[in-house]
Design a protein around this ligand. Structure first.
Ligand SMILES: Cc1ncc(COP(=O)(O)O)c(C=O)c1O
Length: 349
């Protein structure tokens, strides 16, 4: 298992199906809003009230329960520093419980913060390992990282498991529910937060809203639980372009809903293609699908790359041997990805 995050190579000339991005781009209204920025806007430190209120309205919570972050990545790092940093004199090394396979950033941020990683290995077909997670919780647990739906599998985490874990962790601990892909699943744990004040939900506008390059996300939770995370985050980490972009993007829900429909159609096409090629896949609640290609994984990822389609080899992640992950965005893009995989595996289709 790698010690440090290996950024995917900077590939921009072909079709990017390797980073779960919105393959269609953001709403045109975002660009229009950005062009209205003035020289003065760029000269002043950015205001957050309007964007925070827009996110809060969108997520159905009060504004004091929302913390804007410079991408959900920043939220995960700040939460790790806040809750996994060893406290001088406590004699405790804070522990992060991570059911695998998981977003790798949880592992790396736990290490950066000085915490100890407690991995829970996957069960067949990525059925959520609730008993194993509960068994991994100790008095030193400070964070349980969950992702719903999960990356790289696309499989959802049962809400009942989240509830049970939230009741089982020590009082100083949080349960961090990463909902980077919840827009695609159409389900969120946010309405349950008042009953589970030790749970923080992380959201991003990188995926469904197509703002990955702008870097904007949000943490949602009880103010007292968010406070230590706010202390661990640079004061003006979200820039003015992100503030303007998220307000404009949230105002154009038709655009997002259309994209969500394309993602559903894309997944159906990919499932049918996998059935044709007799490839195992896991039905996904997200905007990507994990597909088991087996021993030809390297050939497929390299061959697709040579044909200008970028796929992500996830073979080194626990339980994902021989698997690639492919984003399912605009239907035309998915069709191109499928054609390339079929050409490599079946010699043309
Ligand atoms: C599970 C998960 N969480 C967080 C992120 C990061 O989101 P952001 O672009 O907002 O930093 C990703 C990005 O791929 C992700 O897959």
């Amino acid at each position: 298992m790698k010690e440090q995050y290996e950024k995917p190579p900077e590939l921009y000339s072909g079709l990017r199906l390797h980073q779960n991005e919105n393959t269609g781009g953001c709403s045109p209204r975002v660009l229009e809003a950005l062009t209205r920025l003035t020289r003065q806007n760029l000269a002043f430190y950015p205001p957050y009230a309007e964007a925070t209120a827009a996110c809060a309205r969108h997520l159905g919570v009060a504004a004091d329960r929302v913390m804007l972050v410079n991408g959900l990545d920043e939220g995960i790092m700040s939460a790790s520093i806040a809750y996994l940093r060893p406290q001088a004199g406590s004699g405790i090394v804070p522990e992060a419980v991570v059911p695998e396979p998981a977003f790798e950033i949880f592992r790396f941020d736990t290490a950066v913060a000085g915490g100890r990683l407690v991995q829970v290995m996957p069960k067949p077909d990525f059925v959520f390992p609730l008993d194993e997670v509960l068994a991994a919780i100790t008095p030193s647990t400070r964070v349980v990282f969950l992702t719903n739906p999960n990356n790289p599998t696309g499989v959802s985490t049962p809400f009942d498991a989240i509830r049970t874990i939230a009741k089982a962790v020590p009082t100083q601990a949080i349960v961090f529910v990463d909902e980077a892909y919840a827009d695609f699943a159409g389900r969120s744990f946010i309405p349950e937060l008042p009953a589970y004040p030790n749970v923080i939900v992380g959201r991003t506008f990188s995926k469904a809203y197509g703002l990955a390059a702008i870097r904007i996300g949000a943490l949602v939770g009880a103010p007292a639980v968010l406070d230590p995370i706010r202390y661990a985050t640079p004061v003006y980490s979200v820039n003015i372009a992100a503030v303007v972009a998220v307000v404009a993007a949230l105002a154009d829900q038709d655009y997002v809903n259309d994209y969500l429909r394309q993602v559903e159609a894309s997944k159906a096409l990919l499932y049918a293609a996998c059935d044709r090629m007799k490839l195992k896949y896991w039905p996904s609640d997200a905007n990507f699908v994990l597909v088991r290609v087996g021993s030809r994984i390297e050939d497929v990822v390299r061959g697709a790359n040579e044909r200008g389609v970028y796929l992500r080899n996830r073979s080194t992640e626990p339980g994902c041997e021989g698997c690639l992950r492919i984003a399912t965005g605009l239907v035309e893009h998915t069709k191109r990805g499928i054609a390339v995989i079929e050409e490599i595996l079946c010699g043309g289709a």
